[in-house]
Design a protein around this ligand. Sequence first.
Ligand code: UDP
Length: 449
Amino acid sequence: MEKERKRSLRVVLVPFPFQGHITPMLQLGSILHSNGFSITVVHAQYNSPNPSSHPDFSFIPLPDTSSGPPVPGDIIASLVQLNTNYKARFQECLAEVMRQQGPDDGIACIIHDELMYFSQAEAKDLKLPSIVLTISSAANFLARAALIQLRAEGHIPFPESMSQNLVPELYPLRFKDLPIFEKLDDYLPIVSKAFNNKTFSPIIYNTIECLENSSLAKIQQQYQVPIFPIGPMHRIVSTASSSSLLEEDISCLTWLDKQSCKSVIYVSLGSVAFMDIKELVEMALGLANSMQPFLWVVRPGSVRCAEWIEVLPEGFKENIGERGYIVKWAPQKEVLAHGAVGGFLSHCGWNSTIESICEGIPMICRPCFGDQTVNARYVSHVWRLGLELEGDLERGEIERAIRKVMAEEEGEAMRERAKNLKENIELCTKEGGSSYNSLKRLVEMIMSF
Ligand code: UDP
C-alpha cells in the first residue's frame, strides 16, 4: 500500500549535462525508484542520457534553443547558457507532466543539480517543492561558499606568492586549492545566485558522514535546511545500468585479468579535463619508466591539438608491449574493483575520488580545476590516502610518485588507511548506518510533501 502510494508520486530530476553530474543524478533516480517513486528526467539534448539504460524512467528532452548547445569544454559558459535558455521551456515541461498525471498522482518534488539553479525558481512558481543534489564534496561546498567573502576581503584573485598559504577558516586548503575557475568574474555572480543560503532548498550530498563529518556539521550550522548525506550512491543503487556517455572499452578487463594482484596503476583524468601534448608525453614516459603495469584512459579530444595518442613518441607502444594498455574510455567502477589494480592516478573529480575510496585504492592526485583541487587536498592531507603531483607534469616526478604509492612503505600505509575507510563506508550504507538513515529521512520527507 505504502509502496503503491509512492509509485504514484513522481520525482522530476534535472541533471546538469556533463558526465560527472549525470551519473550521480541517475544513480539517485534508481535509488528513489527502488524506494517506490516514479522518475521523470528532464534533460538537455546535449550529452543526453540514454533512455534504454533506464527503461523504468520517463525522459523529457529540453529542446535546444536558438543559441544552440552549451559551449563544449567551457563549463561556466555552459552553465550560464543553460540556466538562461531552459527556463521557459522547463516550466512548459513541468506543466505537461502535471497534466499527464492522474487525479491521484502528482509531482512530489523536483530534484535539480545545484548548477541547474533556474529550476528552483520555476518549481516555486508552480508551487512544487524542490531539493538540490550536490555532486561534489561537502568540503567543496563550504570552500565555494567562502569565495564570495574571500573576494569581498580582497583575498582572491591571489598572487602566486600566496598560493601555498593556508586559507583562513578552511584548513587544510591553501589558496591554490580553492575551487576557482579561470573566469572568476563570470563565476562569482553564479556562486552568489546559485548558492545563496537564504533561499536554499534541502540538500542531498553524495558523501558519507564518516568521511566528511566536520564539513557536514559546518554546513548544517550555516544552512538552516535539512541535509542528506546518502553516499556513496553507486554502492546503494541496486541496478547496474550504465550512465556512461562514451562507449566503455571492456577489453581492458581481460587485460587486467592477466596482471598480478594490486600491480596495476590505473590512470584517468575524467570526462572534462584536458592535457597538452607535452603533458601527454611526460605522462607516457613517467608511466613507462616506473616499470609498473598501467591501464591508461586517454579520452579522444582530451589532448589539445591532437586526435588521440598519435602524438606519443615513436616506438612508445612497441617498447611498452603488454605492460601498458591504453583505452579511450574504461568501465571505471569495474576497473577500480578489479583485484589487479593497486593505485589510481586521478584528476580527483568527486565521483572518481569516491569510487576509488570505496575500493580502498590509494591515489596519485593530479587535479586540474574546480572542486578537483579541494578533493586532492583532502585525499592527501585529511584522509591521507594519496599524494599530490604539483607543478608541471614531469616524467621523473610521475615515476617517483608511482613507485611510492605502488611499492614503498608510504604507499602501504595509505593502502591500509584506505582499506579501513572502505570498511567504515560499507557500514554506513547498511541498515542503521548514517547513509542508510539519511536516505530513509529523505524518502519520508519526499512523501510528506
Ligand atoms: N569514468 C568512466 N570511464 C572512464 C573515465 C571516467 O566510466 O574511462 C567515469 C567515472 O567512473 C566517474 C565519471 O566518469 O563516475 C567522472 O566523474 P568525475 O566526477 O570523477 O570527474 P569529471 O569527469 O566530472 O571531471
